[in-house]
Write a protein that binds this ligand. Structure first.
Ligand SMILES: Cc1cc2nc3c(=O)[nH]c(=O)nc-3n(C[C@H](O)[C@H](O)[C@H](O)COP(=O)(O)OP(=O)(O)OC[C@H]3O[C@@H](n4cnc5c(N)ncnc54)[C@H](O)[C@@H]3O)c2cc1C
Length: 337
């Protein structure tokens, strides 16, 4: 077991801040994972699984053990006339996996093209974009239960997926995901009804899109709207879309008629956090090296040498201003440490 000490987290997180990780261990197998967890118990130090660090904000140095997930491999475990079953190592890069499936003609995750991160992190917050959530293609998730050191497999229902939620996010740090099992379709139903996708297909005069054209359209849309973390530190959407009661929404709508929302049940509405933040005047604003991205107000960016604490404080100011203006409490999507 190789233990790296005092690593700068700058290259391990998409925000690119310079906080320090006390210990870092690269995990390339289940055995290596069990050994590292045993060491953390022996040293009585906390551990944290690190994928690509694209949904994490360290507000201070991490005085524990970072388990850098590097379990690799994409295996076809079964195939029927209609479906393909795949088992994928938690350390595989998510977008590479999507591209691999698109190339093979296996559908279901093409709308999730270009989301940064690892396959193992994809069930944690049930990644989603352009009308698709990863839970729709996950058959099961295999994880080490760190309380018992047993390898455990959770079927889709047991993962308890929700909007940017899952069992693994709720029960913090108990399960370390080693593999994710997917079911993909050989004759997929493409999801093209999302406004921006339709526009790109129309622009390119594509009448019968393929998996590849959908994936390319998504890549084009995302590249034009979201900052590339290699150029400008960020973690994608910093906040979740909040849910409020229908009565509350109807009351707010009287004062703010353009407010964007959509019903998720008979009496609950999900409000666009992007709209709320923009209407508090944050879009494109800057404070020192931290800012609210000019093309997408949900994204907080690091323009240079911002510390994690400065980014956190900036997000707190946004939360407070939204609370004051709309009496809605925004919740962070990014995991704060
Ligand atoms: C530019 C940009 C755009 C983005 N767009 C989207 C989007 O459209 N939709 C979306 O849903 N997200 C989006 N995100 C967020 C991010 O890409 C996802 O949350 C991604 O799944 C994080 O993967 P990661 O490997 O970087 O996880 P990390 O950031 O390394 O970890 C995230 C959390 O998961 C835990 N974790 C990671 N791997 C494991 C594992 N194997 N076992 C147990 N716990 C683990 C970590 O401990 C941490 O708590 C975006 C981020 C960026 C920077």
């Amino acid at each position: 077991m190789v233990i790296e000490e005092n690593s700068s987290l700058q290259r391990y997180t998409s925000f690119g801040c310079y906080e320090i990780g006390r210990y870092l261990i690269r995990i390339s197998s289940t055995d290596a994972l069990l050994e590292a967890i045993a060491w953390s118990k022996e040293k009585k130090l906390p551990y944290l699984v690190l994928g690509s660090g694209s949904n994490l904000l360290f507000t201070k140095s991490f005085e524990g053990i970072l388990l850098k997930m590097e379990i690799m491999g994409i295996k076809k475990t079964n195939e029927t006339a209609t479906d393909v079953f795949l088992s994928v190592g938690a350390g595989e890069n998510w977008h590479h996996f999507v591209s691999y499936c698109v190339q093979k003609g296996w559908g279901g995750i093409e709308n999730l093209s270009l989301i940064p991160g690892t396959v193992g992190a994809s069930p944690i917050q049930n990644i989603g974009a352009y009308g698709v959530e990863v839970q729709e293609t996950i058959a099961a998730v295999t994880a080490i239960d760190t309380q018992t050191n047993q390898l455990t497999t959770f079927n889709n229902k047991e993962c308890d997926f929700g909007y940017r939620e899952s069992l693994f996010k709720k029960v913090k740090n108990r399960y370390v995901i080693t593999e994710v099992q997917f079911i993909l379709k050989k004759q997929p139903q493409l999801k093209t009804d999302y406004g921006a996708i339709k526009e790109v297909l129309h622009e390119k005069n594509i009448k019968n899109p393929s998996l590849a054209t959908i994936s390319q359209a998504i890549i084009q849309i995302r590249s034009s709207k979201l900052p590339d973390p290699h150029q400008l530190g960020n973690a994608g959407s910093f906040f979740k879309n909040p849910s409020i009661s229908k009565t509350n929404f109807e009351k707010l709508k009287l004062s703010f008629p353009t407010m964007i929302a959509f019903p998720i049940s008979d009496d609950v509405y999900k409000i666009s956090a992007e709209w709320l933040i923009e209407h508090c005047g944050w879009k494109g604003s800057k404070k020192g090296a931290v800012g609210c991205y000019e093309k997408q107000s949900l994204v907080i960016v690091n323009y240079g040498q911002a510390t994690g604490k400065e980014i956190f404080d900036f997000s707190e100011e946004i939360i407070q201003s939204v609370l004051q203006k709309f009496a809605i409490l925004l919740e962070r999507e990014v995991t704060i440490l």
